[in-house]
Design a protein around this ligand. Structure first.
Ligand code: 173
Length: 359
């Protein structure tokens, strides 16, 4: 956050030279004593101005505070950590990022409020975690085209327009893709019917799991382990990668295929913090963000590795036949979009056009 030079608040609080000056000028006659005060006032004004100039010239380096909606040992946080470490070494004297922490600093579902209000400057989050601030953010999981193409076809600009207008949030970019979501279970099913199952969700999965008959319970990622351990749920939604980060494999018997949608994790910025950056700082941050997005294809390999790791850990795959799979996927996208279009027809309708592939 850009800090004002310390001289400014001091000048304002202890002695308000502008007000004294105006008060003096408003008087019809000036005594000698008042003339001395006037001269002192002008001196203070001049030195305040000098300090302010010196302050802004010296404020070339800005430090931004970042939080994560995911727990700190999660793979997305580790990935981003490599990025901000590199950014900090390249951005000396210009821009720095300080990592404040994960959900222990700001609870997962409060991260949206924190970045909207400016409690933090930056947040890494999935859309599902800040639906309390911007319900349609969850629709980004439905994108069928990569972020690189979203930048080319106008989707990225439209997302930014909506995010800034409705939530005061700048959508800097998306650094997780090619990670389909799956349903992980401890009870066997043999067709796309989830009736009788109680499943841990976020808004990512709630509409499709409910449409298939499940009972749902919403928790942040940090509470999934306890919910599984205590047998409070029969399964959970999560992408193909990352279940080992928080030890969920010890309470996971099955993974249901096919995967659906695409895990979306993005970097968000408070609009006022963004507006305070200089042109050079913005350009630097955008360049760093593009370099991060350019790495996104690593997630394809990671998906394969994680599937193998699950197999090696004894997690069995429950698959549907091709027809069931096709119907399941069509239904997942239909109910996913339908929920958002019902809630905000114009924005979700436009997002659907921009983010979908013509079938
Ligand atoms: O918590 C979740 O299951 C969730 O919503 C999510 C979203 C993106 C990536 C990983 C998890």
């Amino acid at each position: 956050m850009i800090r004002l030079p310390p001289a400014l608040p001091t000048c304002r609080i202890v002695f308000n030279p502008v007000a004294s000056f105006l008060r003096l000028m408003a008087r019809p006659r000036t005594t000698i004593r008042q003339a001395i005060v006037l001269r002192a006032t002008i001196l203070v004004l001049a030195s305040c101005a000098a300090l302010m100039t010196a302050g802004s010239a010296g404020a070339q380096q800005t430090t931004l505070r970042l939080v994560s909606a995911f727990p700190e040992n999660n793979v997305y946080v580790k990935h981003l950590e490599r990025w901000w470490t590199q950014l900090n070494s390249e951005g000396k004297g210009l821009l720095q990022i300080t990592f404040v922490g994960g959900p222990r600093a700001i609870p997962t579902f409060e991260v949206g409020n924190a970045v909207k209000s400016g409690v933090v400057d930056l947040a890494m989050s999935a859309g599902a975690f800040y639906t309390n601030v911007l319900p349609v953010a969850d629709a980004l999981k439905l994108a069928e085209i990569p972020i690189a193409e979203q930048r080319r076809n106008g989707a990225y600009d439209y997302i930014n327009q909506v995010w800034q207008e409705k939530a005061g949030i700048v959508y800097l970019g998306r650094f997780v893709e090619y990670q389909p979501f799956h349903l992980y279970l401890n009870k066997r099913i043999d067709r796309p019917d989830l009736s009788g199952l109680k499943l841990r969700v976020t808004t990512v999965y709630s509409d499709i799991f409910r449409a298939l008959g499940a009972d749902i319970v919403t928790t942040a990622p940090g509470e999934v382990y306890t919910a599984l351990e205590r047998g409070m749920v029969d399964g959970y939604g999560w992408p193909i990668g990352g279940i080992f980060d928080l030890n969920w494999q010890t309470h996971t018997k099955y993974r249901v295929d096919p995967g659906f949608y695409d895990a979306e994790v993005s970097l968000l910025m408070n609009l006022a913090s963004w507006n305070r950056l200089s042109a050079a700082q913005r350009e630097f941050l955008q360049r760093q963000m593009l370099a991060l997005e350019a790495q996104n294809s690593i997630w394809k390999k990671y998906a394969e590795e994680e599937a193998e790791r699950q197999r090696a850990a004894g997690i069995q795959v429950i698959g549907f036949n091709p027809e069931q799979s096709r119907q399941f996927l069509d239904r997942a996208y239909d109910v996913g979009w339908a929920a958002h279009i019902k809630a905000s027809p114009e924005v979700a309708g436009r997002l659907r056009t921009l983010l979908s592939v013509k079938h």
